[in-house]
Design a protein around this ligand. Structure first.
Ligand code: FAD
Length: 284
């Protein structure tokens, strides 16, 4: 199914992100995650892509193909263009088509490990090529602004450029404060961004994970979450439980606000995905 069509349904779309597992058991592990997610009847499952052409990028397509062909899921592999040239992207497109993929999340990817590409400076430079190849194309949105973008207005202008380049929907970076999402939605609508925006939520599992997120994507921390992290710092099971409750509250609140779609960063844990699914299901 082309994901853009899912936003016309009565029910709020609910999707999940997985990443290619590392090591020998990668594909078997991925199959277990896909089978677990299939029980939740997801709108789609996205699969991350490692920038710079690591072995993991082939696994992205393999997992997306397995999810679509063997498990019957709507899959959305990610594709990054940082450091790529048009011939490399053309090869990636061929591989995606050969795997029967219909949907792609078009990303620039982080700079650092790979140098900026003159052909693809930004994700918006990748989107037209994917649309021309016939894919339904999504792109990333940043409710708190991308880490390199200090100006809220520019953040939304850059999003609008991705819509103008052909993005048919957006999936958001994680955030811990829903007020951030509602303010961002107002800014997007004021900038005449019309395509659906799906909001991404990640349950917290440890203080170290949250610290990584804060510095990687600039996520702000509401005091309720800081208090949870302080209280359960040395009690991993209690922190996991409280983290899932916190994420469930975020998802239910977003659903009650009638957002276009919900996305769960379930970190390859189908049990976590199920708990969050069950919590939000009555509000979709
Ligand atoms: P862009 O939209 O190109 O934006 C990059 C930066 O350039 C931003 O600061 C933006 O404001 C700025 N910019 C955009 N247009 C202009 C312009 N015209 N002029 C000046 N500045 C501009 N990374 C991976 O490696 N693999 C993944 O699978 C992956 N999945 C992701 C999924 C989601 C939902 C999200 C939100 C992020 C994901 N990322 C992934 C991370 C992403 O690659 C990084 O955040 C990356 O730094 C930016 O990618 P982008 O596609 O948003 O880039």
């Amino acid at each position: 199914m082309r994901i853009a069509e899912a936003y016309r349904a009565d029910k709020i779309p609910l999707s999940y992100e997985m990443f290619p597992p590392k090591g020998e058991l990668g594909i078997e592990e991925a199959r277990r995650v896909l089978d677990g997610l299939a029980l939740l009847d997801p709108t789609f499952v996205s699969v991350t892509y490692s920038a710079g052409g690591s072995g993991n990028s082939k696994r992205t397509v393999d997992i997306a193909e397995m999810g679509a062909r063997d498990v019957g899921l709507t899959m959305m592999p990610h594709l990054t263009c940082a450091g790529a040239d048009p011939a490399q992207i053309a090869r990636s497109i061929e591989a995606l088509k050969a795997a029967g993929i219909e949907n792609v999340l078009a990303l620039r990817g982080d700079l650092g490990r790979v140098a900026a590409s003159p052909d693809y400076r930004f994700a918006k430079d990748l989107i037209p090529q994917l649309r021309e190849a016939g894919f339904c194309v999504g792109a990333a949105a940043y409710p708190e602004g991308h880490i390199d973008c200090l100006d809220r207005r520019e953040n939304v202008e850059h999003l609008k450029e991705k819509e103008d380049a052909g993005a048919e929907f957006f999936v958001s970076q994680l955030f811990f404060d829903n007020e951030v999402a509602y303010r961002f939605l107002d800014e997007c609508r004021a900038a005449r961004i019309r395509v659906p925006i799906e909001f991404g939520i990640m349950p917290v599992t440890s203080k170290a994970q949250v610290a990584r997120m804060v510095f990687m994507c600039g996520a702000s921390l509401p005091s309720r979450l800081v208090k949870i992290l302080a209280r359960y710092e040395d009690a991993p099971d209690d922190l996991r439980r409280a983290g899932i409750e916190y994420a469930a509250d975020q998802l239910c609140d977003l659903a009650r606000h009638g957002v276009d779609g919900l996305h769960i960063y379930c970190m390859n844990n189908a049990d976590t995905a199920r708990e969050l699914h069950d919590a939000v299901e009555p509000f979709r």
